[in-house]
Design a protein around this ligand. Structure first.
Ligand code: MV4
Length: 449
């Protein structure tokens, strides 16, 4: 087992990883920018190293500083959390070259999935259903038109180096096609230094359903069910739940097995998330994330499995602690992302938390790095905590969520809590009746009451 883990992240996820390390008897090293001297992860870690000034590029993204922090602290492994360097293949290679363990997949697997064309080609080869579209990159207008005519309009042009909603253009008709292709190409070239684009059938009202997978790198792989992340705004997830209200147990088992078999064949190591659009009973692969995700606690709630423990185990070469047959899915879980933002405009609201009270009770979990008197710095994303609620079924989960939202108090900054108090009482949300566009329509007053 690894002995001393450097946590190359901040905020709630740094604390989340720290807790798993403590449970496993592993020493922890926090790294932090000068804006995070007073952060909870720094206080709770066994050791801490300041790695630079507030801007991420000079601290949490600064690879030489992080490698140096490993050397001075004697850490033998690095957990990257999510965001920052978590999907940086070069970082994984550099750690490897220094004899340090990257708690994540191989650099090669990160690289494959980071290239969306290569990811889709790989998924298809492994038997995962993909969105109909071009076989690879499309360079010629005539070729683009031929493919679009074949699959039918509307189509979407996506940047191969994009992902997470960056670099996409929809063409509703044949007339839009040439402009969509040109703009997508041009924007991709400017944003990513890679202008490769591909074409897909545009799905109009899908849900976003993602499957949690885990591999040991030796061909053993499992799935931990799915999460429904359709409630989002501008590609930022707001509310996630497991199971998806849209799936039957048979559909869950089938897509889960397809994903686990694919990861087994790929000899994937570590945690992964296979993202699908789901429409009219069919799954369509869009991307794979090669990291632990923000919303992983809903999966932990329904399986009882600590995903960070599993990450550390497989990175240490110990193998997974469970087989597929041993996994029992139990009840329902919902996560609300609490952001320090105006609940209507979503404008960031950094500043001092003057009063804080966390909710508690059966089935309630709060993952957060904040405390009363803490000042949220303005330099990073606005996620300040996650409220995760579990119940024996979705109705009980919603009931418990309503109660927990009533208990929690965060004063001094604006938060998204009022939005969740509205959502938990909304009939569509209550019925699980929503797609990826629902929240944005609701926020602009277009959704059914
Ligand atoms: C799509 C799509 C419709 N059809 N692909 C956006 C994020 C990126 N991961 C993929 N995205 C989409 N791809 C096809 N063929 C609609 C979206 C999309 C979306 C997907 C998931 C969650 C929220 C979304 C919001 C807008 C668009």
């Amino acid at each position: 087992m690894v002995k001393k883990v450097l946590i190359a992240n901040r905020g709630e996820i740094a604390l989340r990883v720290l807790r798993a390390c403590k449970e496993l008897g592993i020493s922890t090293v926090a790294v932090h920018s000068t804006a995070d001297n007073a952060a909870m992860h720094v206080r709770l870690a066994d050791e801490s190293v300041c790695i630079g000034p507030p801007p991420s590029r000079d601290s949490y993204l600064n690879i030489p500083s992080i490698v140096a922090a490993c050397e001075i602290s004697g850490a033998d492994a690095v957990h990257p959390g999510y965001g920052f360097l978590s999907e940086n293949a070069r970082f994984a290679d550099i750690l490897d070259a220094h004899g340090l363990t990257f708690i994540g997949p191989t650099a090669d697997h990160i690289r494959i999935m980071g290239d969306k064309i290569e990811a889709k080609r790989t998924a298809k080869r492994l038997g995962i259903p993909v969105v109909p579209g071009s076989a690879g990159a499309v360079t010629e207008d005539t070729e683009a038109l031929r493919i679009a005519d074949e699959i039918g309009f509307p189509v979407i042009v996506k940047a191969s180096a994009g992902g997470g909603g960056r670099g996409m253009k929809v063409a509703k008709t044949r007339e839009d096609m040439v402009v969509a292709l040109q703009t997508a190409r041009q924007e991709a070239g400017a944003a990513f230094g890679d202008d490769a684009v591909y074409i897909e059938k545009y799905l109009e009202k899908p849900r976003h359903i993602e499957v949690q997978v885990f591999g040991d790198g030796a061909g053993n792989a499992i799935h931990l069910g799915e999460r429904d992340c359709s409630l989002q705004r501008r590609h930022q997830k707001v509310w996630e739940e497991a199971n998806s209200p849209a799936l039957s147990p048979e559909q869950r088992k089938r897509i889960g097995e397809i994903c686990a078999n694919a990861m087994s064949e790929l000899r994937y190591r570590g945690a992964g998330t296979i993202e699908f659009l789901y429409e009219n009973g069919e799954f369509y692969f869009i991307e794979m994330n090669t990291r632990l995700q923000v919303e992983h606690p809903v999966t932990e709630a329904i399986t009882g499995i600590d995903l960070v423990h599993e990450q550390i185990r497989v990175a240490s070469g110990e193998g997974l602690s469970v087989t597929q047959d041993e996994i029992v899915f139990s009840g329902h879980a919902i996560e609300c992302r609490i952001n320090a933002e105006d609940p209507r405009t979503f404008a960031p609201s950094p500043g001092k938390i003057t009063y804080y009270h966390a909710p508690g009770g059966l089935g309630v979990r709060v993952d957060s790095g904040v405390y009363q008197g803490y000042s949220i710095p303005p330099y990073y994303d606005s996620l300040i905590g996650k409220l995760i609620v579990h119940g024996r079924n979705r109705a009980e989960c919603m009931m418990r969520l309503r109660r927990a939202l009533d208990e929690i108090v965060v004063d001094g900054v604006k938060t998204t809590l009022p939005l969740f108090r509205d959502l938990v009482d909304n009939p569509d949300v209550g019925a699980g009746n929503y797609d990826i566009h629902w929240l944005e329509k609701y926020l602009t007053g277009g959704a059914k009451a």
